[in-house]
Design a protein around this ligand. Structure first.
Ligand code: ZN
Length: 323
């Protein structure tokens, strides 16, 4: 099937060009049974092959600026990555280069020196545990089965859910303490280093900001939220010696994770556009600081393509944020 004419038709009709922004986090070299939502290298390869053949691929910064100025070509798309995982540089980057596809990497700067995000402390603890149960009673988190892969997956989901909306500092400290008490090393090499990030930028990739320590902005007092936004940007600009104009909200759900005041902070800090994790495609009417994203979860090329096409036909809900 020829998808290109269909995608061009659906994404460029009338005066309302639509921008499809794909979102990724980790790209493991081989399928990782504890990360069923993440495409492995082989799957990512055919995804980028499909995207680069059927869309005009641009960085997030370029696409959102062209969306705003009314010069976005039909069937435009961005490929974006959140957080700054090391496999973005070692696995995804060579595939992007192979297909000549630029991408945007949103980096949480506090992890570039060998740190690990709170959710990964939990995932890696469960991955490396040598017993059939994980006892987290002393953290008020119960005891969880870890004997089989299915149990490990469920245990990860349950613990992440219990911790997700705890206060930011408490969540970081508790997850780090769980990892430490399970004997996990402090430097797992899970995230990109500053040199990795510079290599991506020198290779034509866009580097965007994702705060410093990856808090849910809504969970912080305003001054701390602003510090996170400004500090993350400044650190990347000092590293790359160039302006950083794109931002992605940590967690990024417009219903639960942010308020209007955060949009204004981002604008004031000098960002030109920001990405959420709401599902959808952007039009000229979309607030540039609330650009939705969408990646089909299908693991066969035709189903992936079909869901891309369908996503372009859906009416876009306008998020309503608290002031
Ligand atoms: Zn993130």
């Amino acid at each position: 099937m020829l998808w290109k004419p269909l995608l061009r038709l659906l994404s460029g009709h009338g005066t309302q060009p639509r921008l499809q922004v794909f979102i990724f986090h980790r790209i493991p070299n081989r399928a990782d049974e504890l990360l069923p939502g993440e495409p492995c290298a082989k799957q990512f390869d055919w995804m980028v092959s499909f995207i680069s053949r059927n869309y005009k691929v641009m960085t997030f910064g370029e696409a959102t600026s062209r969306l705003r100025s009314g010069t976005l070509p039909p069937a435009s798309a961005c490929i974006t990555f959140d957080d700054g995982y090391l496999d973005n540089a070692t696995v995804a980057y060579p595939i992007l280069k192979k297909y000549g596809a630029p991408a945007t990497f949103f980096i949480a700067t506090s992890f570039t020196g060998g740190g690990r995000m709170w959710n990964d402390n939990i995932i890696e603890t469960v991955r490396h545990i040598g017993t059939d149960t994980l006892d987290l009673e002393r953290f008020g988190l119960g005891t969880h089965p870890t004997g089989t892969t299915a149990e490990r997956k469920q245990t990860i989901q349950n613990i992440l859910q219990s911790l997700k909306y705890r206060p930011h500092a408490e969540r970081q400290i508790t997850a780090a303490e769980i990892a430490r008490s399970s004997g996990l090393s402090d430097h797992p090499n899970l995230m990109m280093s500053r040199q990795d990030i510079r290599m991506l930028a020198e290779g034509g990739m866009e580097i965007g900001a994702h705060t410093h320590t990856h808090p849910i902005l809504l969970s912080l007092p305003d001054e701390e939220a602003e510090y996170e936004i400004v500090h993350g940007k400044a650190e990347l600009e000092a590293l790359l010696d160039q302006p950083v104009v794109s931002f992605a909200y940590p967690n990024g759900n417009t219903r639960t994770d942010m308020r209007q005041v955060h949009l204004r902070m981002i604008e004031k800090a000098g960002f030109q556009a920001a990405a959420t994790t709401d599902w959808g495609v952007a039009t000229a009417n979309t607030d540039p600081y609330l650009i939705p994203r969408f990646t089909p979860w299908d693991r066969t090329p035709n189903r992936f393509a079909l869901r891309c096409a369908l996503s372009l036909t859906k009416p876009q809900a306008v998020p309503v944020l608290a002031p």
